[in-house]
Design a protein around this ligand. Structure first.
Ligand SMILES: CC(=O)N[C@H]1[C@@H](OP(=O)(O)OP(=O)(O)OC[C@H]2O[C@@H](n3ccc(=O)[nH]c3=O)[C@H](O)[C@@H]2O)O[C@H](CO)[C@@H](O)[C@@H]1O[C@H](C)C(=O)N[C@@H](C)C(=O)N[C@H](CCC(=O)O)C(=O)O
Ligand SMILES: Nc1ncnc2c1ncn2[C@@H]1O[C@H](COP(=O)(O)OP(=O)(O)OP(=O)(O)O)[C@@H](O)[C@H]1O
Length: 471
């Protein structure tokens, strides 16, 4: 459904802010009342009005008394567009990345490349809001619309001209990313995740496609990783909309990955672009990091970067936090990597990434989160036992679930795996059994600083724990 906002949409200067939670309403606020998964936000309209809301954006059938009712069948989208008017201006050059895996790495590498080109740049996503001086967590991958727009306008005030953000499928489905002038969208890949929310793969795909159908400006660009099984479908979609296509990857046309050779500390890439071959020494491990780096390079080229310069700068990027980050080398000499892989495909990618660098055994440790897609648990167990030499199944963020029940579900797909409850004990055991030629992978939590048990967040950082266990 199309939503257009002309001029100031009738909102005068007495508007003091926007809120989607009645507890954040102050006098002069425009309140967005949305049907949620847990509760219908319309029940909070009276409280919002009592707290001073002057207007309420809600469905036509919602009951609003004492404030202006801005009625629309798609209130989330209308609210977002009005809020964007209020919070603008934003960074001039904004790009968004979607996909199941690789969003965080791609936006962060995009930020680094822009910075090296001399632009003041930021990335927004699972790691929070990252600039060259700061990193502030927002909790979600794609923050709620009010936090997001206010962050973006804050970045502009700080002088940031270039911003790359992660568009999660939840964020896209809930219109958390509307109203910004997004000049390019990136697609990394699509695989099973979040089906608890989206139901099936086709709905999940459609949620992701909102980025190219509606969020990217009509004269914008689409940078598509061409080697995923969903890529052709995405390319068809963006072509139909008339976006400028830059496909990247082995099957890519704009940046074609002609060759990739793992080296001790990274990989040597040959990339064909504009009829020339460029050689890049990418200081990151793993095929998928090459994919993310190429997608990031594509986004920087799509926003005006010179191809030769951008590809040259790829040799100087830094590892992204918790993404195949080497935490420590154990006393026995085994490197211990921390990675955020928390889906069957992510786990596969991480193990496959480390394999060419492993002389001895690859020991993989992971668990699965509670209160999230339970169907992926045995699939993760299966992938790990097929690909690693030894598997340790432990706890991730159990949330409200019994951790032993989650472990059993993973173990059901992981014959021969070792089960160790308690992540610290499991990490200690993994490191203790690794010899000089072995590699240890601690997967699932990446950059996270806490472990969610029940409704408490206990301090826990895989990198720190690995160092403590190794030393
Ligand atoms: C499933 C989901 O995405 N839920 C998000 C969504 O909730 P919802 O719309 O279902 O809201 P609800 O709780 O039913 O409440 C309905 C409405 O009433 C309002 N309300 C609610 C209570 C109250 O006292 N007063 C009030 O006004 C709420 O603000 C909301 O507008 O909107 C809320 C407000 O923005 C979010 O906090 C909430 O994120 C929850 C915490 C969450 O865990 N989300 C995860 C699943 C998520 O979004 N993940 C993605 C993907 C990550 C990945 O790719 O791995 C992300 O972008 O982080
Ligand atoms: N291009 C890729 N293809 C497949 N797997 C990948 C790719 N990039 C990253 N991964 C795997 O997914 C994990 C998460 O990476 P990253 O944080 O960059 O993705 P994400 O899409 O931001 O995920 P999230 O939103 O859950 O943080 C990595 O640790 C890695 O194991």
């Amino acid at each position: 459904m199309d939503v257009e906002v002309d001029g100031d949409a009738g909102l005068d200067t007495s508007v003091t802010g926007f809120a989607i939670d009645n507890r954040k309403v102050a006098p002069g606020t425009v309140f967005g009342a949305f049907q949620g998964l847990r509760v219908n936000g319309e029940v909070y309209i009276p409280d919002a009005v009592k707290a001073g809301a002057i207007a309420v954006v809600a469905r036509p059938e919602a009951k609003v008394e004492g404030a202006v009712h801005i009625a629309h069948p798609n209130p989330r989208r209308l609210f977002a567009l009005l809020a964007a008017r209020y919070f603008s201006p934003f960074p001039d050059v904004t790009v968004a990345v979607t996909g199941t895996n690789g969003k965080t790495s791609t936006v962060e590498l995009t930020r680094q490349l822009w910075r090296m080109l001399g632009h003041k740049s930021a990335s927004i996503g699972t790691l929070g809001v990252t600039t060259s001086v700061d990193q502030v967590s927002t909790g979600l991958t794609t923050p709620d619309i009010v936090t997001f727009l206010s962050n973006m306008s804050g970045l502009r005030r700080e002088g940031i001209t270039h911003a790359a953000f992660e568009a999660s499928s939840h964020g896209l489905a809930q219109y958390r990313t509307e109203g910004l002038p997004v000049v390019a969208g990136g697609f990394t890949n699509l695989s099973r995740d979040h089906l608890d929310y989206h139901g099936d793969m086709d709905s999940y795909f459609e949620a992701k496609m909102r980025l190219f159908d509606e969020v990217v400006a009509p004269d914008g660009a689409a940078v598509i990783w061409a080697d995923d099984e969903w890529s052709d479908k995405v390319i068809e979609r963006v072509t139909k909309r008339g976006l400028r296509l830059l496909s990247v990857g082995v099957k890519g046309q704009a940046l074609r990955l002609a060759n990739r050779t793992p080296t001790q500390l990274g990989q040597a890439l040959e990339i064909e672009a504009d009829g020339k071959i460029y050689k890049v020494n990418l200081p990151l491990i793993g095929a998928y990091q090459a994919a993310n780096a190429l997608t990031a390079a594509g986004l920087v080229v799509a926003t005006g970067g010179d191809i030769a310069k951008v590809l040259e700068l790829l040799s100087r990027v830094q590892p992204v936090r918790g993404r195949l980050e080497r935490a420590v080398i154990s006393k026995a000499g085994a490197p211990v990597y921390v990675d955020y892989a928390h889906t069957p495909d992510g786990l596969r990618a991480a193990i496959e990434a480390l394999r060419p660098h492993t002389k001895g055994r690859l020991i993989a440790l992971f668990g699965a989160g509670g209160d999230r897609d339970a169907g992926k648990r045995p699939l993760m167990g299966k992938v790990a036992t097929e690909l690693a030499d030894h598997v340790i199944v432990t706890d991730d963020n159990p949330r409200s679930e019994d951790p032993s029940v989650i472990r059993s579900a993973v173990m059901a797909g992981a014959p021969g795996a070792e089960e160790i409850g308690g992540r610290r004990a499991a990490i200690a055991a993994a490191i203790a059994q690794a010899g000089a030629d072995d590699i240890v992978l601690l997967a699932g939590k990446g950059h996270e600083q806490g472990q969610i048990i029940g409704d408490r967040v206990l301090p826990f950082d895989d990198v720190t724990v690995a160092r403590e266990c190794a030393g």
